[in-house]
Design a protein around this ligand. Sequence first.
Ligand code: FEO
Ligand code: CA
Ligand code: CA
Ligand code: CA
Length: 600
Amino acid sequence: EAQGHRPPKGLDFKPVEVNTKDEVVIPEGYRQGVVIRWGDPLFPGVPEFDFDNQTAAKQEKQFGFNCDFAAILPLDPLELTGLMVTNHEYTSERLMFRGYDPNNPTEEQAKIGWAAHGLSVFMIKRSLFSGHYRPRFSRYNRRITLNTAFEMRGPAAGSDLLKTSVDPTGRKVFGTINNCAGGVTPWGTILSGEENFNQYFANAAGRNDPRLTRYGVTGTATTRKWERFDKRWDLAQEPNEVNRFGWVIELDPNDPDSTPVKHTALGRFKHETANVRIAGDGRVVAYSGDDERFEYVYKFISNGKVKRGNSKAARRHNMTLLDDGTLYVGRFKGDSPASEIDGSGKLPSDGKFDGTGEWIPLASGKKSFVPGMSAEEVYVFTRIAADKVGATKMDRPEDIQTHPRTGVVYCALTNNTERGAAGKEGGTEPNPRVNNRHGQVLELTEHRGDALALTFTWNLFLVCGFPDDPSTYFGGYDKSQVSPISSPDNLAFDRHGNLWISTDADGKLDGLNDGLYGVPLEGRERGHLKLFLTVPRGGETCGPVIGERVITVCVQHPGEVDGATADKPVSHWPDGGNSQPRPSVVAVWREGRRQLGEIG
Ligand code: FEO
Ligand code: CA
Ligand code: CA
Ligand code: CA
């Protein structure tokens, strides 16, 4: 190792080279196996996946499309069995159906799309000597689709803004869409963010309603044309259905009969995720980012306190914590003179992109802190509320995770190619580059480390890109020793305290494949970023779960590049030959002579 130190625990692997291969590339000494693929049956009696004879009825009982977030809830101390929960962010019909006609989708194709969205819950199992998790049928197995009933909860539930002809109560919604990142709560449930819900709703054009345009709900027909088959996707017929998406959902995978909920107290925006930490007094704090260019970072503080233990009664209680509390939005201030932030990414004279910040209250229960807006309006049109209080426009906030030992909060700001463009905001200290193609990772420390604090300090840990690009920064580490990285998206920690980052560069790294990286946060190796694996052509690396002996990642949308269709696929992963690409979960483990080695 160049700087002459031993690699930290958990990161003793030789980094893989960036590449454009149509395979998952892993370090020497490691092995891999596919855990589950789009279309694999989750229930007994469901036929094996047949690409050319797919039906909505089968898709309802199979693993969905485009897995993004994943979690494993271990069921034994050796992590031989567990419950895996994944979401299915969106569908790509041109890759799902041969001869797909975007102008004339069939009703069955639309219904397959509804069933391919949502989440999957299933048991996984591996042997003592292999990290190759495989799905199992179990009483926990479950599909959540666009046909699954959800309960709307929190201060906006029952609001007139949420009522439709199908649901005059404003409290019951069918399904969840565009679920991106997520989190596991300390009480063992799953949170998942509804992200780009705007693209599913037709006939916004001409309504001239800022409550729609502020969320990018525009245009006439949608790409998928679902509005032809169910009026809920047609704003002209159901103006409020769109208000029932854009929330954080919570699912209890331990109870297959439970009704999943949507938490209105966390606000409505393009939620990337929500992650919960417990404050010293037992109240809970959730962070969530709004993943769009120039959007905001949010924080929620509950009024209620967590009940310890894993009983059903404790989970029931804890699942109400995100319904009652205060929603805040972040304002970030740099400590260097604005004249030193020139948009190039050049470090200011104090040698750091850093500063202070505060959490600005938006609403608490039925009380609004935003002039001219009721609390209900703040929750349903949160972006408009945050605009009014002068929140800080960030470079696409993606995953936000609290380090389990240090309490430092990590936020992935994936990229923002419009920063500095005509009529748009230029560089600021937390977002220091114009035409920011590669993104940055921000560290945020709440005042005195108190999760409940309303002020904080922050600094940029990584400014991403090719290391020979002078605008990049790798925690101060020797840049000749690090791997190139673009567009950090999901974050995770291993048990040694290292940070793991998965990327969604969509070709921005000179067309190189996305990957999973590990990086130490402390000591002399801080910033020594190493590429652990890469995913196939056109794919995105998502939902990393960093276990002691097994790492799993979701490979989302393999083969999704411009011009690719099911008639002309550009990826044949994972099945090889002339097969169609299938979004899948992959497990990676270290070879051991007699039993599995620890990662790194
Ligand atoms: Fe679906 Fe924000 O990535
Ligand atoms: Ca500074
Ligand atoms: Ca994401
Ligand atoms: Ca992304």
